[in-house]
Design a protein around this ligand. Structure first.
Ligand SMILES: NC(=O)c1ccc[n+]([C@@H]2O[C@H](COP(=O)([O-])OP(=O)(O)OC[C@H]3O[C@@H](n4cnc5c(N)ncnc54)[C@H](O)[C@@H]3O)[C@@H](O)[C@H]2O)c1
Length: 500
């Protein structure tokens, strides 16, 4: 059953005209909410405003939103203010919503032809006031220049793609998870509104060899060397130069196809090349799928330490195809699982229980990853939406990482990140047991689960706790003199604690 197609936007942006055209094209009935109110009240909107005031009108609008959000297969043009209240937008959150935009000059000219609109006098103030809310709507269509037929055709196409891809929660970007979906990459890019720009795909030779054939034929391919040692400013410079050579500008689109290394660097280039351009994440490792592709942290390493240069830059969208994990080496898969366990401890007890009962390696297969990926990402989304710039809550995602980074450092990066995080999770839990009232049972569960997932839980031979603490204290000197640890107390309850 098709959902409703909702057209919204400021007065004079062409909602009703586009709606009627779409109704002819798609064969769905057209409903203009203002006209429904007028028919039911027996007077026009201007008269209703005059006789009963705006709040009365808004309440009628709200009642209509309640009524029509329960229907399907309708094309609905809202009034300009209908979706300004959050509760009305929420009612239509399962539907395909399109926001029509036009420059104020065009709107003014269109309004001058129709004197019956009650709020037309304060149009400029109202227009400015409503922009931030309209900005929250995922699909934006410009109706300033193009013929109305072109706008309707484009909406028809996007409506079709809405049946394929998951729309994002308001104010966030889409993250679509589906096996085999890399085949539809070109459609995903079009759906994001980036289909008209040139596309450059950044990846490493190994991944390109495996997946090049699934990329749009017109994409520029930018190959970078594989591995963490190349996550640095030299490689970033190589990408800049290749983009310049191929004539790409800020109006074009970058796409990261790879693990966290490719993703972090591509995001950093997208944040800085031509002062910023759009980019898309197509993560290929489990770690990148559940962690690094979401949240907008981008950057590179310096010889002095990891991720010391970077920027916050959100992707326009993330496309996750769990089928790509079939070619990922098992050790890398396990590294991703360590981050998933971390997410489960922070915010999803049910995921932890699921992993305990269905450890993905126990039965030898790699089935079940789709659900696990979705749940783990949801923990991260919830946190980064609330605290995008790591002022407080986002620090929770560093659970096990202060220990983990020190372990990586002491091992000269021979222990991969995910394995170091696994040991770090156990270290954090054991420290919390001694000093921060962590539930003893939780320490046992973390240890057992990581072992079941065939991840290391002990410090490597020759690495002492004393050395670990010294390495962490060294880290402390570079911050504000205090070592902050993220420690678990119970499942779903982790805290940031300052340690002397
Ligand atoms: N930005 C963030 O929020 C964030 C979060 C966590 C980690 N990170 C960063 O992510 C990086 C680690 O990411 P990673 O674990 O993905 O490492 P990675 O990018 O080095 O990938 C691991 C290895 O797997 C290979 N690979 C990836 N996908 C494959 C596939 N489908 N088939 C075959 N081989 C494949 C890669 O070529 C590489 O050799 C680190 O640099 C870390 O700092 C960033």
């Amino acid at each position: 059953m098709a959902k409703n197609l909702i057209l919204t936007g400021f007065m004079g942006t062409g909602k009703s005209r586009v709606g009627r055209l779409l109704s002819e094209q798609l064969g769905f009935p057209f409903v203009d909410l203002d006209r429904v109110i007028e028919e039911r009240q027996g007077k026009n909107v201007q008269q209703i405003f005059k006789d009963y005031g705006e709040p009365f009108f808004r309440e009628l609008e709200h009642q209509l939103c309640v009524e029509f959000s329960k229907r399907s297969s309708l094309i609905i043009a809202t009034g300009g203010g209908t979706l300004i209240p959050k509760e009305n937008r929420r009612l239509f959150s399962g539907d395909s919503v399109f926001c029509l935009r036009a420059s104020f000059e065009v709107i003014k000219e269109r309004l001058s032809r129709n004197q019956k609109r009650p709020l037309a006098q304060n149009a400029r103030e109202l227009w400015l006031e409503r922009q931030p809310v309209y900005d929250q709507i995922f699909h934006q269509l410009e109706s300033t220049n193009g013929a109305i037929e072109g706008v309707a055709n484009r909406i028809g196409r996007l409506f079709e793609l809405d049946q394929l891809f998951e729309r994002p929660p308001e104010g966030f970007y889409p993250i679509h998870i589906q096996r085999g979906i890399l085949n539809r990459l070109a459609d995903f890019i079009d759906w994001l509104g980036l289909g008209d720009s040139s596309l450059a795909v950044v990846s490493n030779p190994k991944i390109l060899e495996l997946y090049k054939d699934l990329l749009p034929k017109t994409a520029e391919l930018i190959e970078i060397p594989e591995g963490e040692p190349f996550k640095n400013l030299d490689t970033v410079r190589q990408i800049y130069i290749q983009l310049l050579d191929r004539g790409l500008t800020r109006h074009d689109t970058l796409l990261a196809l790879g693990g966290g290394v490719v993703g972090d660097m591509t995001g950093f280039v997208a944040a800085t090349y031509w002062r910023g351009m759009n980019y898309i994440q197509v993560p290929t490792s489990l770690l990148a799928m559940v962690d690094s592709s979401v949240g907008g942290k981008t950057g590179v390493d310096l010889p002095e330490g990891k991720n010391l240069v970077g920027a916050f830059k959100n992707p326009k969208g993330v496309l996750i195809d769990p089928d790509l994990l079939k070619t990922l080496p098992e050790r890398e898969l396990r590294c991703g699982l360590a981050e998933i366990v971390k997410h489960a401890i922070i915010g999803d007890p049910e995921l932890l229980e699921y992993l305990e009962q269905n450890p993905p390696f126990e039965k030898g297969g790699q089935g079940g990853f789709d659900w696990i990926i979705r749940r783990a990402i949801n923990v991260k989304i919830k946190i980064v939406r609330e605290d995008p710039y790591e002022q407080n809550l986002r620090m929770h995602l560093n659970l096990g990482h202060t220990f983990g980074h020190a372990i990586e450092l002491l091992s000269d990066y021979r222990i991969p990140h995910g394995e170091a995080v696994a040991i770090g999770l156990v270290q954090a839990a054991e420290y919390a047991l001694q000093h921060e009232k962590c539930e003893p049972q939780l320490v046992v569960r973390i240890r057992d689960l990581l072992s079941k997932l065939r991840l290391p839980v002990e410090l490597p031979e020759g690495m002492t706790r004393k050395a670990l603490w010294e390495a962490m204290t060294h880290d402390k000197k570079r911050k504000d003199g205090r070592l902050r640890l993220v420690l678990p107390r119970a499942l779903g309850d982790v805290r940031v604690v300052s340690v002397q």
